[in-house]
Design a protein around this ligand. Structure first.
Ligand code: C2E
Ligand code: MG
Ligand code: MG
Ligand code: MG
Length: 282
């Protein structure tokens, strides 16, 4: 790979720089094609609330928008592969705009059809914040689809905040002034999650799924998750735990006070077209 300064290295996901150049070029071409030839797919995954009693009712709190590329030869490409390339190339801007427009349209449609979902969460990359115009685009989309800003959550990971410039702060303030909520995603996996919680106006913390795998069997992991939930609450935040695959993991997190859960145990991400029918029965 090319020489990069440490600062530049950390701005995007480290995986970008480990891809061979020819693969990055191929992915960038795939992205271009997906954007121009209807190759992007919007997936939605429910975020639920539940009671800790066994057999308790699960209710839909909201959904998270997750994008895929449907590649003509290689099938479905995962965002973990192409988002870093999208970020490095700048294609994250049209991609993010596409996801947001599709997600808002889905929410408006789902609401008209009677689905009782409150929120939709969008993942936002550092590059989208630094490019400017995100708040205006979202405001225009909300107006066009006649949706309240209170139903929008923007999820950011820590690499958004690595640059301590005023753009991030101003964007966050503008998003909150509009009425949106802010979530810190993949909490606990970065270098300094705690310091960001201290300085930036988050509403929600999403505990990364790497803390959940053994939460029901390993006391140390259970203690860590419980402490993170307690800390989130002490700061007045709502806490979501990601990556719930088992009933036991769900009960353990609920017993520790988690407000929302997300994971394959409840539902995998579904294509937008199927999501409505499935979520209505959740
Ligand atoms: P994320 O925002 O942390 O999203 C959660 C990821 O965990 C999703 O992976 C989801 O499919 C997966 N997941 C959910 N439940 C479970 C579970 O029970 N077990 C396991 N093993 N995984 C689970 P996905 O869809 O592959 O997305 C990966 C990442 O790509 C996302 O992580 C997000 O950071 C990024 N991403 C996805 N869509 C977008 C987008 O539209 N824009 C941007 N900027 N990033 C996106
Ligand atoms: Mg997310
Ligand atoms: Mg996450
Ligand atoms: Mg993630």
């Amino acid at each position: 790979g090319k020489e990069r300064s440490p600062g530049e290295y950390r701005l995007y996901r480290p995986s970008t720089v480990h891809l061979p150049a020819h693969e990055m070029i191929a992915l960038e071409r795939d992205l271009h094609r997906a954007l121009n030839e209807d190759g992007l797919r919007l997936m939605l995954q429910p975020i639920v609330t539940a009671d800790s009693q066994p057999g308790a009712r699960v209710t839909l709190a909201g959904v998270e928008a997750l994008v895929r590329i449907e590649h003509p030869e290689r099938g479905v490409l995962s965002p973990d592969t192409f988002i870093p390339v999208a970020e490095a190339s700048g294609l994250i801007l049209p991609l993010g705009a596409w996801v947001m427009e599709q997600g808002l349209a889905w929410l408006a449609d789902a609401t008209r059809q009677g689905l009782d979902t409150q929120t939709i969460a969008f993942n936002v990359s550092a590059r989208e914040i630094h490019a400017g115009g995100l708040v205006e685009r979202l405001a225009a989309g909300l107006e066009r689809h006649d949706l309240a800003a209170q139903r929008i959550i923007l999820e950011v990971t820590e690499n958004v905040m690595l640059e301590h410039d005023s753009v991030v702060r101003e964007t966050f303030d503008a998003l909150r002034a509009l009425g949106c909520k802010l979530a810190i995603d993949d909490f606990g996996t970065g270098f300094s999650s705690l310091s960001y919680l201290q300085h930036l106006p988050f509403d929600i913390v999403k505990i990364d799924r790497c803390f959940v795998g053994e939460v029901h069997t390993a006391p140390r992991q259970a203690a860590l998750v419980a402490a993170m939930i307690e800390m989130g609450h002490a700061l007045g935040l709502s806490v979501t735990v990601e990556g719930i695959e088992l009933h036991e993991q769900a009960s353990r997190c609920l017993a520790s006070g988690a407000d929302h859960l997300q994971g394959y145990y409840f539902c995998r991400p579904l294509p937008a077209a199927e999501a409505l029918a499935r979520f209505i029965t959740l």
